[in-house]
Design a binder for this molecule. Sequence first.
Ligand SMILES: *[C@@H]1O[C@H](CO)[C@@H](O)[C@H](O)[C@H]1NC(C)=O
Ligand SMILES: *[C@@H]1O[C@H](CO)[C@@H](O)[C@H](O)[C@H]1NC(C)=O
Ligand SMILES: *[C@@H]1O[C@H](CO)[C@@H](O)[C@H](O)[C@H]1NC(C)=O
Ligand SMILES: *[C@@H]1O[C@H](CO)[C@@H](O)[C@H](O)[C@H]1NC(C)=O
Length: 510
Amino acid sequence: MNSKSRNSGIAGQLRRLPTPVALLIGVLFGLFFSRLLPWSTSTATWRGYNVVAKSRQQSRQPIQLPTVEQRQRIFHLLTTLSPHYTKECSRNTQPLYQKQAMERYAPLIGHKSPSRSSWLGGFGMGGSVEPDYGAGRTIRDLVSSEHKYFFAINLYNSFDVIPDLFATLFRVAAILGYHNVYVSIYENGSTDQTKALLRIFDALTRSVGMRITIRTSTRRRGAFNHRIEYLAEVRNAAFGPLYELREGENEVFDTIVFMNDILPCVDDLLELIWQSRTNNAGITCAADYMYHDEIGSPVFYDNWVARDINGTALENAPFESIFHHAPSNDRFQKHLPIQVQSCWNGIAVLDPEPFYLPPHVKFRMARIAEGECSASECSLICNDYWNAGYGRIMMVPRVKLAYDRRVFDIIHPQRRNLTAIRGYVRMGGLPDDPRTDPQDRSWFGPHDRLFTEEESEPLEFTSGPEHVWCWGWDGAGDLEGPDVDPIWERMSNKSTNADAVIVRHVRSLP
Ligand SMILES: *[C@@H]1O[C@H](CO)[C@@H](O)[C@H](O)[C@H]1NC(C)=O
Ligand SMILES: *[C@@H]1O[C@H](CO)[C@@H](O)[C@H](O)[C@H]1NC(C)=O
Ligand SMILES: *[C@@H]1O[C@H](CO)[C@@H](O)[C@H](O)[C@H]1NC(C)=O
Ligand SMILES: *[C@@H]1O[C@H](CO)[C@@H](O)[C@H](O)[C@H]1NC(C)=O
Protein backbone atom coordinates (compact mmCIF):
# COMPACT_ATOMS: atom_id res chain seq x y z
CA MET A 1 0.00 0.00 0.00
CA ASN A 2 2.90 2.26 0.62
CA SER A 3 4.85 1.28 -2.43
CA LYS A 4 6.43 4.50 -3.48
CA SER A 5 9.32 5.16 -5.73
CA ARG A 6 11.37 8.14 -4.88
CA ASN A 7 14.47 9.74 -6.23
CA SER A 8 17.29 8.58 -4.06
CA GLY A 9 20.37 10.21 -2.75
CA ILE A 10 19.23 13.45 -1.25
CA ALA A 11 21.04 12.59 1.95
CA GLY A 12 19.90 15.53 3.95
CA GLN A 13 20.65 18.36 1.58
CA LEU A 14 19.56 20.98 4.01
CA ARG A 15 20.33 24.16 2.19
CA ARG A 16 19.99 27.15 4.41
CA LEU A 17 18.69 29.59 1.84
CA PRO A 18 15.20 30.52 2.90
CA THR A 19 12.70 29.60 0.21
CA PRO A 20 9.47 31.48 -0.37
CA VAL A 21 7.80 28.94 1.88
CA ALA A 22 10.18 29.98 4.57
CA LEU A 23 9.53 33.59 3.72
CA LEU A 24 5.79 33.15 3.88
CA ILE A 25 6.15 31.43 7.19
CA GLY A 26 8.78 33.92 8.19
CA VAL A 27 6.23 36.68 7.89
CA LEU A 28 3.72 34.75 9.90
CA PHE A 29 6.45 33.88 12.27
CA GLY A 30 7.44 37.49 12.62
CA LEU A 31 3.99 38.15 14.04
CA PHE A 32 4.73 36.24 17.15
CA PHE A 33 8.46 35.85 17.30
CA SER A 34 8.85 38.61 19.83
CA ARG A 35 6.21 36.97 21.98
CA LEU A 36 8.24 33.85 21.85
CA LEU A 37 11.22 35.39 23.56
CA PRO A 38 9.91 35.12 27.11
CA TRP A 39 9.53 31.44 26.44
CA SER A 40 13.16 31.27 25.39
CA THR A 41 14.36 33.15 28.41
CA SER A 42 12.55 31.04 30.94
CA THR A 43 15.59 28.87 31.46
CA ALA A 44 14.69 28.67 35.11
CA THR A 45 11.85 26.35 34.22
CA TRP A 46 13.73 24.50 31.55
CA ARG A 47 13.32 20.83 31.96
CA GLY A 48 12.88 17.77 29.87
CA TYR A 49 9.68 17.71 28.00
CA ASN A 50 8.63 14.14 28.15
CA VAL A 51 8.40 11.30 30.53
CA VAL A 52 11.86 9.98 29.73
CA ALA A 53 13.59 13.30 30.14
CA LYS A 54 11.78 13.86 33.39
CA SER A 55 13.23 10.81 35.01
CA ARG A 56 16.65 11.67 33.67
CA GLN A 57 16.35 14.96 35.46
CA GLN A 58 16.43 13.18 38.77
CA SER A 59 20.06 12.20 38.33
CA ARG A 60 22.36 14.14 40.61
CA GLN A 61 24.61 15.47 37.86
CA PRO A 62 23.18 18.89 36.90
CA ILE A 63 22.63 19.31 33.19
CA GLN A 64 24.28 22.28 31.56
CA LEU A 65 21.43 24.25 30.03
CA PRO A 66 21.79 25.98 26.68
CA THR A 67 21.83 29.75 26.86
CA VAL A 68 19.09 31.86 25.38
CA GLU A 69 21.33 32.75 22.45
CA GLN A 70 22.21 29.13 21.84
CA ARG A 71 18.62 28.06 21.84
CA GLN A 72 17.58 30.89 19.61
CA ARG A 73 20.30 30.02 17.11
CA ILE A 74 19.10 26.42 16.85
CA PHE A 75 15.51 27.57 16.72
CA HIS A 76 16.41 29.86 13.83
CA LEU A 77 18.32 27.14 12.03
CA LEU A 78 15.44 24.71 12.30
CA THR A 79 12.83 27.10 11.01
CA THR A 80 14.95 28.00 8.00
CA LEU A 81 15.87 24.46 6.96
CA SER A 82 15.24 24.28 3.28
CA PRO A 83 13.27 21.27 2.13
CA HIS A 84 14.30 19.31 -0.93
CA TYR A 85 11.11 17.82 -2.33
CA THR A 86 8.60 20.25 -0.95
CA LYS A 87 10.58 23.41 -1.62
CA GLU A 88 8.54 24.08 -4.76
CA CYS A 89 5.29 24.19 -2.80
CA SER A 90 4.93 27.91 -2.57
CA ARG A 91 7.56 29.19 -4.95
CA ASN A 92 6.63 32.62 -6.23
CA THR A 93 3.43 32.55 -4.25
CA GLN A 94 1.14 35.30 -5.48
CA PRO A 95 0.94 38.10 -2.94
CA LEU A 96 -2.83 37.93 -2.64
CA TYR A 97 -2.63 34.25 -1.69
CA GLN A 98 -0.02 35.05 0.94
CA LYS A 99 -2.31 37.67 2.36
CA GLN A 100 -5.29 35.30 2.33
CA ALA A 101 -3.26 32.51 3.93
CA MET A 102 -1.98 34.77 6.65
CA GLU A 103 -5.44 35.96 7.54
CA ARG A 104 -6.94 32.51 7.29
CA TYR A 105 -4.36 30.80 9.48
CA ALA A 106 -3.74 33.61 11.96
CA PRO A 107 -6.20 32.07 14.47
CA LEU A 108 -4.03 28.94 14.47
CA ILE A 109 -1.03 30.82 15.84
CA GLY A 110 -0.45 29.22 19.18
CA HIS A 111 1.67 31.73 21.03
CA LYS A 112 -0.34 33.99 23.18
CA SER A 113 1.15 37.16 24.44
CA PRO A 114 2.34 36.58 27.97
CA SER A 115 0.97 38.94 30.56
CA ARG A 116 3.09 41.82 31.66
CA SER A 117 3.71 40.33 35.05
CA SER A 118 5.07 37.16 33.57
CA TRP A 119 7.25 39.17 31.22
CA LEU A 120 8.79 40.92 34.18
CA GLY A 121 9.34 37.84 36.21
CA GLY A 122 7.91 34.66 37.53
CA PHE A 123 8.38 32.67 34.36
CA GLY A 124 6.74 29.31 34.59
CA MET A 125 4.45 30.48 37.35
CA GLY A 126 1.37 30.57 35.22
CA GLY A 127 2.01 33.20 32.61
CA SER A 128 4.83 31.55 30.76
CA VAL A 129 3.98 29.80 27.55
CA GLU A 130 6.32 26.98 28.45
CA PRO A 131 4.38 24.19 30.10
CA ASP A 132 5.45 23.67 33.68
CA TYR A 133 4.70 20.29 35.11
CA GLY A 134 5.65 21.34 38.61
CA ALA A 135 3.85 22.72 41.64
CA GLY A 136 1.04 20.24 41.34
CA ARG A 137 -0.43 21.91 38.29
CA THR A 138 -1.37 20.22 35.12
CA ILE A 139 -0.35 21.63 31.79
CA ARG A 140 -3.96 22.35 31.02
CA ASP A 141 -4.33 24.70 33.95
CA LEU A 142 -1.39 26.71 32.76
CA VAL A 143 -2.19 27.00 29.09
CA SER A 144 -5.86 26.31 29.21
CA SER A 145 -6.73 28.52 26.26
CA GLU A 146 -4.37 26.70 23.95
CA HIS A 147 -5.12 24.02 21.46
CA LYS A 148 -2.84 20.97 21.63
CA TYR A 149 -1.80 18.94 18.63
CA PHE A 150 -0.59 15.36 18.62
CA PHE A 151 1.30 14.38 15.46
CA ALA A 152 1.33 10.60 15.00
CA ILE A 153 3.69 9.44 12.28
CA ASN A 154 4.48 5.94 10.99
CA LEU A 155 7.78 5.54 9.17
CA TYR A 156 9.44 2.61 7.46
CA ASN A 157 12.62 2.94 5.37
CA SER A 158 12.02 6.68 5.19
CA PHE A 159 15.58 8.05 5.09
CA ASP A 160 14.80 9.99 1.97
CA VAL A 161 11.81 11.88 3.30
CA ILE A 162 12.81 12.56 6.91
CA PRO A 163 14.60 15.91 6.31
CA ASP A 164 11.59 17.32 4.44
CA LEU A 165 9.19 15.89 6.95
CA PHE A 166 10.97 17.62 9.81
CA ALA A 167 11.49 20.87 7.90
CA THR A 168 7.71 20.97 7.47
CA LEU A 169 7.02 19.93 11.06
CA PHE A 170 9.28 22.65 12.48
CA ARG A 171 7.52 25.31 10.44
CA VAL A 172 4.04 24.10 11.28
CA ALA A 173 4.97 23.83 14.94
CA ALA A 174 6.41 27.35 14.86
CA ILE A 175 2.91 28.52 13.94
CA LEU A 176 0.88 26.24 16.21
CA GLY A 177 3.29 26.88 19.08
CA TYR A 178 6.11 24.46 19.90
CA HIS A 179 4.69 23.96 23.36
CA ASN A 180 1.34 22.93 21.83
CA VAL A 181 2.83 20.25 19.60
CA TYR A 182 3.78 16.71 20.50
CA VAL A 183 5.35 14.50 17.85
CA SER A 184 5.14 10.73 18.17
CA ILE A 185 6.96 8.65 15.60
CA TYR A 186 6.73 4.90 15.36
CA GLU A 187 9.24 3.27 13.08
CA ASN A 188 8.83 -0.43 12.36
CA GLY A 189 12.01 -2.30 11.53
CA SER A 190 13.59 -0.18 8.78
CA THR A 191 16.53 -1.74 7.01
CA ASP A 192 18.13 1.55 5.90
CA GLN A 193 19.62 4.36 8.01
CA THR A 194 16.20 5.68 9.06
CA LYS A 195 16.93 5.02 12.73
CA ALA A 196 20.22 6.92 12.68
CA LEU A 197 18.70 9.92 10.94
CA LEU A 198 15.78 9.92 13.36
CA ARG A 199 18.22 10.12 16.27
CA ILE A 200 19.68 13.32 14.82
CA PHE A 201 16.29 14.93 14.38
CA ASP A 202 15.22 13.73 17.78
CA ALA A 203 18.09 15.69 19.32
CA LEU A 204 17.46 18.78 17.19
CA THR A 205 13.78 18.75 18.01
CA ARG A 206 14.45 18.54 21.73
CA SER A 207 17.02 21.30 21.57
CA VAL A 208 14.30 23.84 20.72
CA GLY A 209 11.90 22.57 23.33
CA MET A 210 9.55 20.65 21.07
CA ARG A 211 8.38 17.40 22.56
CA ILE A 212 8.99 14.23 20.63
CA THR A 213 8.92 10.49 21.19
CA ILE A 214 10.48 8.15 18.68
CA ARG A 215 9.92 4.45 19.11
CA THR A 216 11.18 1.72 16.91
CA SER A 217 10.21 -1.85 16.55
CA THR A 218 11.79 -4.92 15.13
CA ARG A 219 8.59 -6.90 15.18
CA ARG A 220 7.72 -8.28 11.80
CA ARG A 221 4.48 -8.81 10.08
CA GLY A 222 5.08 -12.55 10.08
CA ALA A 223 4.12 -12.79 13.74
CA PHE A 224 0.53 -11.83 12.89
CA ASN A 225 -2.19 -13.94 11.36
CA HIS A 226 -3.80 -11.13 9.49
CA ARG A 227 -2.19 -8.31 7.53
CA ILE A 228 -4.67 -5.72 8.72
CA GLU A 229 -4.08 -6.79 12.29
CA TYR A 230 -0.40 -5.95 11.85
CA LEU A 231 -1.04 -2.63 10.10
CA ALA A 232 -3.51 -1.66 12.83
CA GLU A 233 -0.94 -2.46 15.49
CA VAL A 234 1.69 -0.30 13.76
CA ARG A 235 -0.74 2.62 13.66
CA ASN A 236 -1.86 2.14 17.26
CA ALA A 237 1.77 2.06 18.39
CA ALA A 238 2.17 5.70 17.31
CA PHE A 239 -0.58 6.56 19.80
CA GLY A 240 1.31 5.21 22.82
CA PRO A 241 2.33 8.65 24.17
CA LEU A 242 -1.25 9.94 23.76
CA TYR A 243 -2.43 7.59 26.49
CA GLU A 244 0.74 7.87 28.58
CA LEU A 245 0.54 11.67 28.71
CA ARG A 246 -3.06 11.54 29.76
CA GLU A 247 -2.40 9.02 32.49
CA GLY A 248 0.95 10.38 33.67
CA GLU A 249 0.59 14.14 33.16
CA ASN A 250 -3.14 14.63 32.78
CA GLU A 251 -2.41 16.19 29.42
CA VAL A 252 -5.19 15.95 26.85
CA PHE A 253 -4.83 16.77 23.15
CA ASP A 254 -7.41 18.58 21.05
CA THR A 255 -6.39 17.49 17.56
CA ILE A 256 -4.48 14.53 16.14
CA VAL A 257 -2.62 14.75 12.84
CA PHE A 258 -1.87 11.28 11.49
CA MET A 259 0.55 10.87 8.61
CA ASN A 260 2.77 8.36 6.88
CA ASP A 261 5.90 9.14 4.93
CA ILE A 262 4.08 11.53 2.66
CA LEU A 263 5.25 15.06 2.06
CA PRO A 264 2.75 17.83 2.62
CA CYS A 265 3.46 21.51 2.17
CA VAL A 266 3.21 23.69 5.25
CA ASP A 267 -0.03 25.27 4.08
CA ASP A 268 -1.45 21.82 3.27
CA LEU A 269 -1.20 20.86 6.93
CA LEU A 270 -2.55 24.22 8.05
CA GLU A 271 -5.54 23.92 5.69
CA LEU A 272 -6.40 20.42 6.92
CA ILE A 273 -6.22 21.59 10.52
CA TRP A 274 -8.20 24.73 9.69
CA GLN A 275 -10.97 22.74 7.97
CA SER A 276 -11.04 20.11 10.71
CA ARG A 277 -11.45 22.73 13.40
CA THR A 278 -13.84 24.99 11.48
CA ASN A 279 -16.15 22.04 10.84
CA ASN A 280 -15.60 20.29 14.19
CA ALA A 281 -14.94 17.26 12.04
CA GLY A 282 -14.31 13.75 13.32
CA ILE A 283 -11.90 12.90 10.50
CA THR A 284 -10.54 15.24 7.83
CA CYS A 285 -8.42 13.98 4.97
CA ALA A 286 -6.61 15.29 1.93
CA ALA A 287 -6.71 13.89 -1.63
CA ASP A 288 -3.80 11.72 -2.76
CA TYR A 289 -2.63 11.04 -6.29
CA MET A 290 -0.60 8.37 -8.04
CA TYR A 291 0.70 8.30 -11.60
CA HIS A 292 -1.31 6.09 -13.95
CA ASP A 293 0.90 4.92 -16.82
CA GLU A 294 -1.89 4.04 -19.25
CA ILE A 295 -3.78 7.27 -18.75
CA GLY A 296 -0.55 9.23 -18.65
CA SER A 297 -1.54 11.46 -15.76
CA PRO A 298 -2.01 11.32 -12.01
CA VAL A 299 -5.18 9.63 -10.79
CA PHE A 300 -6.86 9.60 -7.40
CA TYR A 301 -5.13 6.89 -5.37
CA ASP A 302 -6.61 5.62 -2.11
CA ASN A 303 -9.90 4.18 -3.35
CA TRP A 304 -9.56 1.19 -1.07
CA VAL A 305 -10.61 3.44 1.82
CA ALA A 306 -12.38 6.43 0.27
CA ARG A 307 -16.21 6.18 0.06
CA ASP A 308 -18.56 9.01 -0.88
CA ILE A 309 -21.55 9.85 1.30
CA ASN A 310 -23.67 7.36 -0.69
CA GLY A 311 -21.19 4.62 0.31
CA THR A 312 -19.80 4.26 -3.23
CA ALA A 313 -16.06 3.87 -3.77
CA LEU A 314 -14.10 6.69 -5.36
CA GLU A 315 -12.32 5.79 -8.60
CA ASN A 316 -8.66 5.50 -9.55
CA ALA A 317 -9.43 7.94 -12.32
CA PRO A 318 -8.62 11.42 -13.55
CA PHE A 319 -10.29 14.15 -11.57
CA GLU A 320 -13.48 14.49 -13.58
CA SER A 321 -14.56 10.91 -12.84
CA ILE A 322 -13.42 10.27 -9.29
CA PHE A 323 -16.81 10.70 -7.60
CA HIS A 324 -19.98 8.83 -8.64
CA HIS A 325 -22.18 10.81 -6.26
CA ALA A 326 -23.20 13.81 -8.38
CA PRO A 327 -23.40 16.53 -5.70
CA SER A 328 -20.00 15.45 -4.33
CA ASN A 329 -18.51 15.48 -7.81
CA ASP A 330 -19.83 18.98 -8.31
CA ARG A 331 -18.07 20.21 -5.17
CA PHE A 332 -14.92 18.30 -6.09
CA GLN A 333 -14.73 20.08 -9.45
CA LYS A 334 -14.83 23.36 -7.55
CA HIS A 335 -12.10 22.24 -5.10
CA LEU A 336 -14.59 22.55 -2.23
CA PRO A 337 -14.58 20.39 0.93
CA ILE A 338 -16.87 17.35 0.67
CA GLN A 339 -18.57 15.18 3.27
CA VAL A 340 -17.63 11.51 2.76
CA GLN A 341 -18.40 8.24 4.49
CA SER A 342 -14.76 7.26 4.78
CA CYS A 343 -11.34 8.48 3.65
CA TRP A 344 -7.68 8.51 4.63
CA ASN A 345 -5.57 9.59 1.66
CA GLY A 346 -2.15 9.86 3.28
CA ILE A 347 -2.90 12.40 6.02
CA ALA A 348 -5.88 12.50 8.33
CA VAL A 349 -6.69 15.03 11.03
CA LEU A 350 -8.68 13.38 13.81
CA ASP A 351 -10.76 14.54 16.71
CA PRO A 352 -9.09 12.67 19.62
CA GLU A 353 -12.21 12.43 21.76
CA PRO A 354 -13.29 8.95 20.56
CA PHE A 355 -9.81 7.73 21.56
CA TYR A 356 -10.17 9.08 25.10
CA LEU A 357 -13.83 8.33 25.80
CA PRO A 358 -15.81 5.09 25.62
CA PRO A 359 -16.41 3.18 23.42
CA HIS A 360 -12.66 3.84 22.86
CA VAL A 361 -12.00 3.74 19.15
CA LYS A 362 -8.66 2.44 17.92
CA PHE A 363 -7.22 0.92 14.77
CA ARG A 364 -8.33 -2.67 14.40
CA MET A 365 -8.94 -5.47 11.95
CA ALA A 366 -12.44 -6.60 11.02
CA ARG A 367 -14.42 -8.80 13.39
CA ILE A 368 -14.59 -11.57 10.83
CA ALA A 369 -16.37 -13.98 13.18
CA GLU A 370 -19.22 -11.45 13.44
CA GLY A 371 -19.47 -11.27 9.67
CA GLU A 372 -17.79 -7.89 9.32
CA CYS A 373 -16.18 -7.29 5.93
CA SER A 374 -12.34 -7.31 5.98
CA ALA A 375 -11.87 -3.65 5.20
CA SER A 376 -8.76 -1.54 5.77
CA GLU A 377 -8.01 -0.47 9.34
CA CYS A 378 -8.59 3.09 8.10
CA SER A 379 -12.08 2.27 6.74
CA LEU A 380 -12.93 0.50 9.98
CA ILE A 381 -11.87 3.46 12.10
CA CYS A 382 -14.13 5.68 9.97
CA ASN A 383 -17.03 3.26 10.60
CA ASP A 384 -16.19 3.29 14.30
CA TYR A 385 -16.22 7.09 14.34
CA TRP A 386 -19.73 6.97 12.81
CA ASN A 387 -20.86 4.46 15.42
CA ALA A 388 -19.40 6.52 18.25
CA GLY A 389 -21.32 9.56 16.99
CA TYR A 390 -18.36 11.37 15.38
CA GLY A 391 -19.43 10.78 11.78
CA ARG A 392 -18.44 14.25 10.59
CA ILE A 393 -15.92 12.95 8.05
CA MET A 394 -14.72 15.15 5.21
CA MET A 395 -12.25 15.39 2.37
CA VAL A 396 -10.40 18.58 1.40
CA PRO A 397 -9.63 18.43 -2.36
CA ARG A 398 -7.52 21.59 -2.26
CA VAL A 399 -4.88 19.63 -0.39
CA LYS A 400 -3.29 17.39 -3.03
CA LEU A 401 -0.67 14.88 -1.93
CA ALA A 402 1.83 12.83 -3.90
CA TYR A 403 3.96 9.81 -3.10
CA ASP A 404 6.70 10.54 -5.59
CA ARG A 405 8.55 13.35 -7.26
CA ARG A 406 6.90 13.02 -10.66
CA VAL A 407 3.38 13.42 -9.36
CA PHE A 408 4.48 16.07 -6.87
CA ASP A 409 5.79 18.21 -9.73
CA ILE A 410 2.62 17.79 -11.79
CA ILE A 411 0.30 18.74 -8.96
CA HIS A 412 2.43 21.64 -7.72
CA PRO A 413 3.26 23.47 -10.95
CA GLN A 414 4.90 26.83 -10.75
CA ARG A 415 2.60 29.73 -11.50
CA ARG A 416 3.75 31.16 -14.81
CA ASN A 417 3.88 34.85 -15.56
CA LEU A 418 1.44 35.19 -18.43
CA THR A 419 1.91 38.95 -18.78
CA ALA A 420 4.10 38.81 -21.83
CA ILE A 421 1.97 36.15 -23.54
CA ARG A 422 -1.55 37.32 -22.87
CA GLY A 423 -1.41 40.84 -21.63
CA TYR A 424 -2.23 40.09 -18.01
CA VAL A 425 -0.92 42.91 -15.95
CA ARG A 426 0.22 40.80 -13.08
CA MET A 427 0.60 37.19 -12.08
CA GLY A 428 -2.62 35.61 -10.94
CA GLY A 429 -5.13 37.16 -13.33
CA LEU A 430 -6.63 40.47 -14.33
CA PRO A 431 -6.11 43.44 -12.05
CA ASP A 432 -9.81 43.85 -11.32
CA ASP A 433 -10.31 40.11 -10.77
CA PRO A 434 -7.32 38.06 -9.66
CA ARG A 435 -9.37 34.86 -10.06
CA THR A 436 -9.33 35.07 -13.85
CA ASP A 437 -5.94 33.38 -14.20
CA PRO A 438 -6.58 30.48 -16.62
CA GLN A 439 -3.96 28.41 -14.78
CA ASP A 440 -6.34 28.11 -11.84
CA ARG A 441 -8.96 26.44 -13.99
CA SER A 442 -6.77 23.42 -14.60
CA TRP A 443 -7.16 20.75 -11.96
CA PHE A 444 -3.47 20.43 -11.22
CA GLY A 445 -3.07 24.17 -11.20
CA PRO A 446 -0.67 26.20 -9.09
CA HIS A 447 -0.66 25.60 -5.37
CA ASP A 448 -1.45 29.24 -4.59
CA ARG A 449 -4.95 29.28 -6.11
CA LEU A 450 -6.94 31.92 -4.25
CA PHE A 451 -9.44 30.86 -1.60
CA THR A 452 -13.09 31.32 -2.49
CA GLU A 453 -15.75 32.28 0.02
CA GLU A 454 -17.45 28.89 -0.38
CA GLU A 455 -14.25 27.22 0.74
CA SER A 456 -14.64 28.83 4.14
CA GLU A 457 -18.30 28.00 4.65
CA PRO A 458 -18.97 25.22 7.16
CA LEU A 459 -20.17 21.96 5.66
CA GLU A 460 -23.67 20.66 6.27
CA PHE A 461 -23.34 17.08 7.39
CA THR A 462 -25.98 14.45 6.71
CA SER A 463 -26.36 11.02 8.29
CA GLY A 464 -24.47 8.06 6.86
CA PRO A 465 -25.43 5.67 4.04
CA GLU A 466 -27.18 2.37 4.78
CA HIS A 467 -24.79 0.41 2.60
CA VAL A 468 -21.12 0.87 1.94
CA TRP A 469 -19.10 -0.79 -0.79
CA CYS A 470 -16.54 -3.02 0.89
CA TRP A 471 -13.69 -4.75 -0.81
CA GLY A 472 -12.21 -7.18 1.68
CA TRP A 473 -8.59 -8.23 2.13
CA ASP A 474 -8.27 -11.45 4.07
CA GLY A 475 -4.67 -11.95 3.05
CA ALA A 476 -5.07 -15.68 2.60
CA GLY A 477 -3.32 -15.74 -0.76
CA ASP A 478 -0.38 -13.58 -1.67
CA LEU A 479 -2.25 -10.77 -3.35
CA GLU A 480 -0.83 -7.40 -2.29
CA GLY A 481 -4.30 -5.95 -2.08
CA PRO A 482 -7.99 -6.75 -1.69
CA ASP A 483 -8.62 -10.43 -2.40
CA VAL A 484 -12.30 -10.94 -1.55
CA ASP A 485 -15.24 -10.17 -3.87
CA PRO A 486 -16.62 -6.74 -3.00
CA ILE A 487 -20.04 -6.42 -1.36
CA TRP A 488 -22.47 -3.71 -0.28
CA GLU A 489 -22.09 -3.99 3.48
CA ARG A 490 -24.98 -2.98 5.75
CA MET A 491 -23.98 -0.21 8.16
CA SER A 492 -25.19 -0.02 11.74
CA ASN A 493 -28.36 1.88 12.57
CA LYS A 494 -26.32 4.26 14.70
CA SER A 495 -24.44 5.56 11.68
CA THR A 496 -27.57 6.16 9.60
CA ASN A 497 -29.08 8.20 12.41
CA ALA A 498 -28.89 12.02 12.34
CA ASP A 499 -27.34 11.78 15.80
CA ALA A 500 -24.13 10.47 14.23
CA VAL A 501 -23.19 13.86 12.79
CA ILE A 502 -24.02 16.32 15.55
CA VAL A 503 -21.14 18.32 17.02
CA ARG A 504 -20.01 16.57 20.19
CA HIS A 505 -16.65 18.17 20.71
CA VAL A 506 -16.23 21.82 19.86
CA ARG A 507 -12.75 22.50 18.50
CA SER A 508 -13.61 25.50 16.36
CA LEU A 509 -11.35 28.49 15.93
CA PRO A 510 -11.82 31.57 18.08
C1 LIG B 1 6.33 -1.64 8.49
O1 LIG B 1 5.05 -1.15 8.16
C2 LIG B 1 4.84 -0.93 6.78
C3 LIG B 1 3.45 -0.37 6.64
O2 LIG B 1 3.31 0.82 7.38
C4 LIG B 1 5.02 -2.22 6.00
O3 LIG B 1 4.88 -1.98 4.63
C5 LIG B 1 6.38 -2.81 6.29
O4 LIG B 1 6.50 -4.06 5.67
C6 LIG B 1 6.59 -2.96 7.80
N1 LIG B 1 7.95 -3.39 8.08
C7 LIG B 1 8.26 -4.61 8.54
C8 LIG B 1 9.69 -4.88 8.82
O5 LIG B 1 7.41 -5.48 8.71
C1 LIG C 1 -25.73 4.60 -4.06
O1 LIG C 1 -25.70 3.44 -3.25
C2 LIG C 1 -26.47 2.36 -3.72
C3 LIG C 1 -26.34 1.23 -2.71
O2 LIG C 1 -26.74 1.64 -1.44
C4 LIG C 1 -26.02 1.92 -5.08
O3 LIG C 1 -26.85 0.87 -5.56
C5 LIG C 1 -26.07 3.10 -6.02
O4 LIG C 1 -25.53 2.72 -7.27
C6 LIG C 1 -25.27 4.26 -5.47
N1 LIG C 1 -25.37 5.42 -6.33
C7 LIG C 1 -24.31 6.03 -6.83
C8 LIG C 1 -24.56 7.21 -7.70
O5 LIG C 1 -23.17 5.67 -6.61
C1 LIG D 1 5.77 39.34 -15.59
O1 LIG D 1 6.37 39.63 -16.85
C2 LIG D 1 6.31 41.00 -17.20
C3 LIG D 1 6.81 41.16 -18.64
O2 LIG D 1 7.92 40.37 -18.88
C4 LIG D 1 7.12 41.82 -16.21
O3 LIG D 1 7.08 43.18 -16.54
C5 LIG D 1 6.53 41.61 -14.82
O4 LIG D 1 7.31 42.26 -13.86
C6 LIG D 1 6.45 40.11 -14.46
N1 LIG D 1 5.71 40.00 -13.22
C7 LIG D 1 6.15 39.26 -12.20
C8 LIG D 1 5.28 39.29 -10.98
O5 LIG D 1 7.17 38.64 -12.25
C1 LIG E 1 -32.09 -1.22 12.16
O1 LIG E 1 -33.09 -0.60 11.37
C2 LIG E 1 -33.81 -1.50 10.53
C3 LIG E 1 -34.74 -0.73 9.62
O2 LIG E 1 -34.98 0.56 10.08
C4 LIG E 1 -34.56 -2.52 11.40
O3 LIG E 1 -35.27 -3.45 10.59
C5 LIG E 1 -33.56 -3.27 12.27
O4 LIG E 1 -34.20 -4.11 13.16
C6 LIG E 1 -32.68 -2.29 13.05
N1 LIG E 1 -31.60 -3.02 13.69
C7 LIG E 1 -31.32 -2.90 14.97
C8 LIG E 1 -30.20 -3.74 15.48
O5 LIG E 1 -31.90 -2.13 15.71
